[in-house]
Ligand binder design. Structure first.
Ligand code: PLP
Length: 440
């Protein structure tokens, strides 16, 4: 680890200089405080990115398997999106008025996900927050339910985990406005008995769920889980919000379309506009009716659902181009086999060295975890994490031109990611494991 840390510092003098200079104007020398957590002594500063790759200021070329942690799942700066952005930027960026692109995108989302009505936000966090507010309003219930070790963005209610079976504010939760244990019930993913009990009090407005967990390692639903989740939410009058922001990796209509799920709300952000800020949330006709029934024209601009720049012309033009020309069925037909190749390469190394690790995949996203079996729930996935070991694997990869998704061991494929990129990862992964095993 020490050798790798020194190598990173030695190989990245320009990034080091930038980091020192940044420390004089940016808290911690980074634009977002969590960026200090990258595995090196400082993050590589980026010069430019294109497709599946980026170059840092020291001239290293990286295979980007992080892809702006899904914001750039389209590949960096896809040409159709860039062209739409260039054209729209000359015709007006934001107006507080609709454009035809808004209708076009609404119709396209309707076609993809099967939900009839759509609204826009700037981030998936906001799309989740707005969906939760609407669910509370129309059910008249206060609580929400999430799965242990979920992540849905910086939504206050979701920073809560189970400790000895009791919901508690998540470690590291900064200045929560209200103790999230008051607002939120937490159950383990795949635990139907726990879910039934938590919904049974009939005070839960909505379940907010990724259809498969992707933020604590990948945790797949067990057979029949989604059918039962839907039955239980209907039985107890709770609405179901499926957050497809990451699980869009399952295919062009996300996990919802791939598995014929029937959410009340669906949230999709990050890559929807090719990396330009934008997000959407859709809902059923029944939900639309209930929202409208409770809306007052006079107050609808100050109801806690908003964003001056949300639904801006630039985001919508970028969404239109991205949805029709970039995140297409054909793109997924290239991306998914690349994730299969990545998974097979990692699996081969795990077997070769008899490591007590496993690798899982969901569409064009894959992840290795430091436990022998794939996790059944968030706790199993979380317990399999090892901060030091993970940092070592990430740093080793970065020193050899590969960027994994922080802060677990996830790889995402873009339409431009190719076999040579994947094989480079497999080679480096084998080398890292080989060195560790030789030392052990
Ligand atoms: C499933 C899921 N939903 C929502 C978000 C929040 O996205 P954003 O940070 O763009 O608001 C994330 C971010 O990682 C996510 O993984």
């Amino acid at each position: 680890m020490q050798r790798e840390q020194l190598r990173f510092i030695h190989d990245n003098p320009k990034s080091r200089d930038f980091f020192q200079r940044a420390g004089k104007s940016l808290l911690g020398g980074v634009p977002m405080h969590w960026m200090v957590k990258w595995a090196g002594a400082f993050p590589p500063f980026v010069r430019e990115a294109q497709g599946a790759h980026f170059y840092d200021v020291d001239g290293h070329r990286y295979v980007d398997l992080c892809l702006g942690d899904t914001g750039a799942m389209t590949g960096h700066s896809p040409s159709a999106t860039v062209q739409a952005i260039e054209e729209q930027a000359r015709r007006g960026i934001t107006l507080m008025l609709p454009s035809e692109d808004a209708i076009f995108v609404g119709e396209e989302l309707q076609r993809r996900f099967g939900l009839p009505y759509w609204q826009f936000a700037l981030t998936a966090t906001d799309a989740n927050r707005f969906s939760i507010r609407l669910a509370r309003q129309i059910t008249g219930r206060a609580k929400i339910l999430v799965f242990n070790w979920c992540y849905h963005g910086t939504v206050d209610e979701t920073f809560v985990t189970l400790k000895d079976g009791v919901a508690r504010a998540r470690r590291g939760n900064i200045g929560p406005p209200v103790d999230p244990a008051v607002t939120t019930r937490v159950v383990e993913f795949n635990d139907l008995a726990g879910l039934e009990q938590a919904l049974g009090a009939r005070d839960v407005a909505c379940v907010l769920a990724e259809p498969a967990l992707t933020n604590v390692g990948i945790v797949h639903p067990e057979n029949g889980y989604h059918t039962a989740l839907r039955e239980l939410t209907r039985k107890f009058g709770s609405l179901l919000i499926l957050d497809e922001t990451h699980t869009i990796c399952a295919g062009p209509g996300g996990y919802t379309r791939a598995e014929n799920l029937e959410p009340d709300f669906l949230v999709f952000g990050k890559p929807i506009a090719g990396g330009v800020p934008g997000a959407a949330y859709g809902f059923t006709a029944e939900i639309a009716r209930r929202i409208v029934d409770q809306q007052s024209l006079e107050d609808c601009d100050v109801g806690g659902i908003g964003g001056t720049l949300a639904g801006n012309a630039l985001s919508l033009a970028a969404m239109r181009a991205t949805l029709t020309q970039v995140l297409t069925r054909e793109a997924f037909e290239r991306m998914i086999p690349m994730a299969e190749r990545w998974t097979a390469g990692v699996q081969e190394v795990i077997a070769e060295f008899s490591l007590p690790w496993n690798v899982t995949r969901l569409g064009c996203r894959a992840e290795y975890l430091f436990s022998p079996q794939p996790p059944k729930n968030g706790t199993e996935a979380h317990d399999a994490m090892d901060f030091e070991l993970e940092r070592f694997m990430h740093l080793y990869a970065m020193n050899r031109g590969i960027l994994l998704t922080p802060f677990h061991n996830m790889a995402l494929m873009s339409p431009q990611t190719d076999a040579a990129d994947i094989d480079q990862h497999t080679r480096v992964f084998r080398e890292a494991v080989g060195e560790m095993v030789a030392q052990a």
